[in-house]
Design a protein around this ligand. Structure first.
Ligand SMILES: [Zn+2]
Length: 219
């Protein structure tokens, strides 16, 4: 097990498709040297952001690589340069917010009591805040992407994952209603829907950990 890191940076990197020339001037050596100078010994770098874009040379879904990412190996070069300097790089991936998924798979989104999508931040469009249901076909999408990250980065190069946006949701989608009934929760009672959400979240976490036992750790 790795020694506990004491100075961790979260390099937030949600980059819309309207931003040009992403990573055009990225210099891995300078990047690592700057971190080293600041005594950083762990930094979260991005595989997939809330827009749904990828920052590594995906094998399974190359169409999801950020369209203006000049250096397609950004994440790989960040990891390599940091590891040379004994800096950990937990890999960031979004879970329940993904603008591309919301746009292309509305059937995977959480539904509120009134049958509407759940805009968890009340931000006007365009946004990536429609909460995705982990009981939907998205579960497989997420697992496939996680496997793609592991395959491309290489398990031996992964220090852990930072899986962002996992929370209890009062979801009324058909999958959740049906599972609630199977498990004896009353889908007409808000408190029971929330209770069920906790059970479902635990199940999701367990499945992800079982599917990827060596690579999934605390980010
Ligand atoms: Zn649901």
């Amino acid at each position: 097990m790795n020694e506990l890191r004491y100075r961790q940076v979260h390099l937030d990197f949600h980059t819309s498709e309207y931003i040009p020339m992403v990573a055009q001037e990225f210099d891995a050596e300078k990047f690592a040297a700057t971190l080293k100078k600041a005594n950083i010994d762990s930094i979260t770098c991005f595989a997939r952001c809330h827009h749904g874009w990828l920052y590594y040379p995906s094998k399974k879904t190359p169409e999801l690589i950020h369209p203006n990412l000049v250096n397609k190996n950004l994440l790989l070069e960040q990891i390599e340069a940091c590891h040379k300097n004994n800096i950990n790089v937990p890999i960031y991936t979004t879970v329940q917010w993904d603008g591309h998924v919301a746009e292309t798979h509305p059937e995977w989104l959480c539904i509120d009591e009134k049958g509407e999508f759940i805009n968890s931040q009340n931000v006007p469009k365009p946004h990536f805040y429609y909460t995705i249901c982990l009981n939907s076909g998205y579960r497989q999408y997420f697992k496939d992407n996680l496997q793609d990250i592991i395959d491309v980065v290489g398990a031996e190069n992964i220090d852990g994952f930072f899986m962002d946006i996992l929370f209890k949701v009062d979801c009324n989608c058909e999958h959740c209603i049906s599972k609630m009934k199977d498990l004896g929760f009353d889908p007409n009672v808000k408190q029971e829907r929330i209770q069920y959400s906790t059970v479902m979240l635990d199940e999701f976490n367990l499945i992800v950990r079982i599917s990827h036992p060596l690579q999934v750790g605390d980010g």
